[in-house]
Design a protein around this ligand. Structure first.
Ligand code: ADP
Ligand code: TRP
Length: 321
C-alpha cells in the first residue's frame, strides 16, 4: 500500500496544510512505503521569483522534517530532481481530454480571479497525475480542494490502461473528515493565496496578533450563542486543543459568559503548545546547513529508482520502446 503526496513551495505553510495533508501523511508512515515530495515544478505556475522558490523549497523541507517526516523510512525528494515526471506528463497529456482539463475547479477559480492562464496552469492536473502514477501510488492524502485532481488522475490512468493495456496503478484520494477544509481567519478556506492563514511556524508575536484580530460579531460576552459551533476560533480550537478542552470552550460560548478575547487568547495558547515540540526540532535541523540538501539528494536517488521502473513499463506499453 503506497502513500504519496506533494506540497508546492509557493509560500509559507499554514495549519490548513498541516491538518489537511501533512499530519495524515506523517501518520501514514506507520503503514510504511511512503513517498513525499516538494512540488517545485508546480509552483512555477504561480511563482516566478527564483530566489523565493529556492528559499521556500528549503523551508518546506524543514517544515516536513520538523513535523515528523522520517527521511530514513519515507522517500522524500524535490520534484524537479526526478525530471522523468515530465516525460510521463507528456505521455499522459496525449490521453487527457481538453474537456476534462477545462472542468478543473482550481483552474477555473484562478481564471475567475483574473489570472491570465498559461499552458502550465492548464496542464497542472496532468503533471499532478504524472507525480502520482510515476510511483505506483495507491493512496494520496490531500485536503478536499485536491479531490478533483486525484479523480482526474484516476480517469487518466484508467484511460491509459484501456488504451495500452494494464500498466498504471489507479490511486485513491485520502481525505479526512473534520480537516478536509480548515477555515482561515476570515472563514473562507485557509489558503496561502487568501492572506487568511495561521502559519505553521509563525513568529510568536505576529501569530498572536493575527489571532487576536480575528473579526467576530458584536454580541456581548453574556449573550448565549447558539451558533457556537460555527465560530472560527472554536473550529480551529477543535484541531489544536484536546477534545474535552475544545468542547468545554464551545459549551461556555454557547451558554454565554465567555468573551471573544478570552477565547482567542486560549486559541493562541493551544496553537503555540501544539507545535512546540516541532518548533524545537525545526530549530535544531535549521542550524545544520547541509542537512536539507543531503536529505533531498538521497531521497531523489531513491525516488528515481522507482520512477525509472514505472516509466520503462509505461514506455514499453505505448510502443516507445
Ligand atoms: P494553498 O491553498 O494554501 O496554496 P496548497 O494548494 O499548496 O495550499 O495545498 C497543499 C496541501 O494542503 C494540499 O493537500 C491541500 O489540499 C492541503 N490544504 C491546503 N489548504 C487547506 C485547508 N484550508 N484545509 C485542509 N487542507 C488544505
Ligand atoms: N496540487 C497539489 C496542491 O496544490 C500539490 C501536488 C502536486 C500534489 N502534485 C501532487 C499533491 C501529487 C498530491 C499528489 O496542493
Amino acid at each position: 500500500m503506497r502513500t504519496l503526496t506533494g506540497i508546492q513551495p509557493s509560500g509559507t505553510l499554514h495549519i490548513g496544510n498541516y491538518f489537511g495533508a501533512m499530519q495524515p501523511a506523517i501518520q501514514a508512515q506507520k503503514r510504511g512505503d511512503c513517498y513525499y515530495f516538494i512540488a517545485d515544478y508546480h509552483s512555477m505556475t504561480s511563482l516566478t521569483d527564483a530566489g523565493e522558490r529556492r528559499k521556500n523549497t528549503r523551508e518546506v523541507a524543514l517544515d516536513w522534517l520538523a513535523c515528523g517526516l522520517d527521511p530514513e523510512t519515507s522517500v522524500f525528494w524535490k520534484q524537479s530532481d526526478v525530471p522523468e515526471v515530465c516525460e510521463l506528463s507528456w505521455i499522459l497529456g496525449t490521453l487527457a481530454p481538453m474537456g476534462l482539463l477545462e472542468r478543473a475547479h482550481s483552474y477555473k477559480d484562478k481564471v475567475a480571479k483574473g489570472i491570465s492562464p498559461n499552458f502550465g496552469l492548464f496542464a497542472y492536473p496532468v503533471l499532478m497525475a504524472a507525480d502520482i502514477l510515476l510511483f505506483d501510488s495507491n493512496r494520496v492524502p490531500v485536503g478536499k480542494d485536491q479531490k478533483q485532481h486525484v479523480e482526474m488522475t484516476r480517469d487518466i490512468a484508467i484511460k491509459f490502461n484501456q488504451t495500452y493495456g494494464e500498466t498504471l496503478v489507479v490511486p485513491e484520494e485520502e481525505i479526512r473528515e473534520g480537516v478536509a477544509t480548515v477555515p482561515g481567519l476570515d472563514g473562507q478556506k485557509m489558503s496561502k493565496s487568501y492572506g487568511n492563514v495561521v502559519e505553521l511556524f509563525g513568529d510568536e508575536k505576529a501569530v498572536r496578533k493575527r489571532i487576536m484580530s480575528i473579526v467576530m460579531d458584536s454580541r456581548t460576552p453574556d449573550e448565549p450563542k447558539p451558533d457556537a459551533d460555527r465560530n472560527i476560533a472554536i473550529q480551529l480550537l477543535k484541531l489544536l486543543a484536546p477534545a474535552d478542552v475544545a468542547a468545554d470552550f464551545e459549551n461556555r460560548l454557547r451558554a454565554g459568559g465567555l468573551g471573544y478575547g478570552d477565547l482567542k487568547k486560549a486559541l493562541f495558547a493551544h496553537y503555540w503548545e501544539f507545535f512546540a515540540e516541532f518548533r524545537a526540532k525545526r530549530a535544531v535541523l535549521a542550524a545544520d546547513p547541509g542537512y536539507v540538501d543531503a536529505v533531498l539528494a538521497k531521497g531523489a536517488e531513491r525516488a528515481r529508482a522507482t520512477a525509472a521502473t514505472v516509466l520503462q513499463r509505461t514506455r514499453r506499453a505505448c510502443g516507445l520502446v
